[in-house]
Write a protein that binds this ligand. Structure first.
Ligand SMILES: Nc1ncnc2c1ncn2[C@@H]1O[C@H](COP(=O)(O)OP(=O)(O)OP(=O)(O)O)[C@@H](O)[C@H]1O
Ligand SMILES: [Mg+2]
Length: 571
């Protein structure tokens, strides 16, 4: 929590002024019953119109001080809580961007999203409410009791007897309801996650005609959420009536005691007002308590992300210049420490060469790419680029070498140009060259506005193949030293795929290419092909060599023969 509260530091001026104004406003409010008492007990019986008017005027001034003190203090609380939430969200988002892949795996994407959205909102509510009521309520309660004692100790004792009673009621109710509210919050997270999945996967839901199934599942979640809310609110809703009952009993006791002791009506009236002020302040304190419990849990969740170590771990490993652009020697890796996802991977690639990777689903193709880009560190062996271990590079320096189109990569809801450029300030020529090589130029020209055509969210207004072409263009646009295409041409027809490979060889001859593919035709001309199976290399060589030596490769080839014939016909 301290780390979160430290975000208020830049706003300490606004916080301090807010608290001073709150203090003044609350004190002014406390003096109103005293003035009323004086008017009723002293000025009215003496029929002294002047005193009534002066006191009335002072009451008006105090009421305005209370009003404006509160208004300005509330504004300052919004400024400081809003500002600190902005800073906190900014840092949390930046931190999230720098998290390593294994950290993201561990924390989970939905959980990171809810920390950025609902958790930061709860922290905002906690700070805003505490600044608004955290000072006001205790001042009103304490000040009310002290002033009451200065008026009449016997009546003040009646009031003092009621306060702990109300306190106990509120304490018991809050203690019961806070855990229930946490339950509500957790269910809310589940509901948001379910909603996100459904909205994102709306086409799958439709395609499998699972609308009713999904609706029923969602309905179940909503009903459970409603039930939990009902339970929490049912208990919480007892606090006001019970506190009011105690208040009313207290008021009767004050009136009776006042009558017995012969107190003046003004004094009794002042006491009644203090009763109301104190009770409201106590109810406000309960609400703050709930908001603080929820907010501090959220602050903890946010801080645990902020505390993640995202510093770059650059190792001091000496270079081994041997003329290779990319070199894997005896590389092994496991995501979770149980069983190897990659084992004994060994290969080397010269500048400008092409590596093709093929293998069954889950055989480790994407994992190999993840290791090369150092999204994860290899468990054993070395991965070198230009003779230097990838762990000896700064992240920036390493990643700048790559142009990548990942499997299931995303496009933003902006123009074609912005998607290809991706904030790198590329020239029109570079973008055009990349679109041309990726075989995207032709279809982009048919779009309204060409490269200025606006893509819908997730580029839903493009076909699968068109999306892939733009992703390839994005990977190529900055003329990377190493191009990685992870299953990025699967949606291209054979003719387009062939034209793309030709353009790639002609326009980007120095670029070293890694092409992960399901189709042999996409990698047939590669300088080196790896056949992966269950994290191991079971075939390594050129197409002809593999056709001779690797049974698995031959099997894949045989299975794809039909497609191959088509490809040859179109090449
Ligand atoms: N983030 C991860 N955490 C844990 N295990 C993972 C993770 N990513 C992949 N794996 C596991 O590692 C293995 C290799 O996965 P990988 O994604 O490299 O396969 P792939 O060859 O690219 O498959 P595909 O052709 O389906 O893309 C699989 O068994 C997969 O379940
Ligand atoms: Mg993959």
């Amino acid at each position: 929590m301290t780390k979160t509260l430290a975000y208020l530091k830049p706003y300490r001026g606004a916080v301090a002024w807010g608290l001073i104004l709150k203090f003044l406003g609350s004190v002014a409010e406390l003096f109103l019953p005293l003035l009323l008492e004086y008017i009723i007990n002293e000025a009215v019986p003496a029929a002294d119109m002047n005193r009534v008017l002066i006191c009335g005027g002072i009451m008006l001034v105090f009421a305005f001080i209370a009003l404006f003190g509160n208004i300005f203090a509330n504004r300052l609380s919004v400024t400081s809580s809003g500002g600190m939430t902005h800073d906190l969200r900014y840092d949390l988002f930046s931190k999230t961007c720098y998290l390593s892949s294994s950290q993201v795996d561990r924390l989970g994407v939905p959980s990171l999203i809810s920390r950025l959205t609902s958790d930061s909102y709860y922290v905002n509510q906690m700070v805003a409410r505490t600044l608004r009521l955290g000072v006001r309520a205790p001042i009103l309660i304490l000040g009310g009791i002290i002033l009451a004692f200065t008026r009449d100790w016997a009546l003040a004792l009646v009031l003092l007897a009621c306060v702990p009673l109300v306190g106990i009621i509120i304490f018991i109710i809050t203690k019961k309801s806070v855990p229930l509210y946490f339950g509500v919050q957790k269910k809310q997270d589940d509901m948001v996650r379910d909603m996100q999945e459904n909205v994102t996967g709306v086409r799958v839901v439709k395609a499998l005609t699972k609308e009713e199934y999904e609706s029923e599942k969602f309905d179940g979640l909503v009903k459970e959420l409603a039930a939990r809310e009902f339970k929490a609110n049912k208990i919480m809703s007892l606090s006001n009536p019970l506190a009011t009952l105690v208040l009313n009993l207290g008021l009767v006791a004050v009136i009776v005691t006042g009558a017995l002791r012969g107190n003046l009506p003004g004094t009794v009236l002042a006491f009644l007002q203090y009763f109301v002020i104190i009770l409201n302040a106590m109810i406000a304190l309960t609400k703050i308590f709930v908001v603080i419990s929820r907010g501090s849990a959220s602050a903890g969740r946010i801080e645990s992300v902020l505390r993640e170590d995202t510093s770059e771990k650059i190792l001091d490993i000496s270079d081994e210049k041997n003329g290779y652009k990319i070199e894997f020697s005896n590389v092994s890796f496991s995501y979770n420490g149980v069983g190897d996802n990659l084992k004994d991977i060994d290969f080397a690639l010269k500048e400008g060469e092409t590596l093709g990777i093929i293998g069954a689903t889950g055989s480790g193709k994407s994992t190999l790419v993840n290791l090369l880009m150092r999204f994860y560190d290899a468990g054993g062996g070395n991965i070198r680029i230009d003779g230097r271990d990838v762990r000896a590079y700064k992240n920036d320096e390493l990643r700048k070498k790559f142009g990548v189109a990942f499997q299931n990569d995303f496009l933003m809801a902006s123009t074609v140009r912005e998607n290809v450029d991706y904030g790198r300030g590329l020239s029109d020529e570079e973008i055009e060259k990349a679109l041309k090589a990726a075989q995207a130029e032709e279809f982009v020209q048919t779009l309204e506005g060409g490269v200025d055509y606006n893509l819908a969210q997730k580029a839903n207004n493009l076909s699968g193949g068109q999306k892939q072409r733009l992703l390839i263009a994005r990977a190529l646009a900055a003329s990377p030293e190493i191009l990685i295409l992870d299953d990025s041409s699967s949606a291209l027809d054979y003719a387009t795929d062939a034209a793309f490979r030709k353009a790639l060889a002609k326009d980007y001859p120095d670029c070293t290419k890694i092409i992960v593919a399901q189709r042999i035709s996409s990698i047939k001309n590669a300088d080196l092909i790896l056949v992966l199976d269950d994290g191991r290399v079971i075939g390594k060589g050129r197409h002809e060599e593999l056709m001779r030596d690797c049974d698995e490769y031959k099997l894949i080839y045989a299975a794809q023969m039909g497609g191959e014939k088509d490809a040859r016909a179109q090449d």
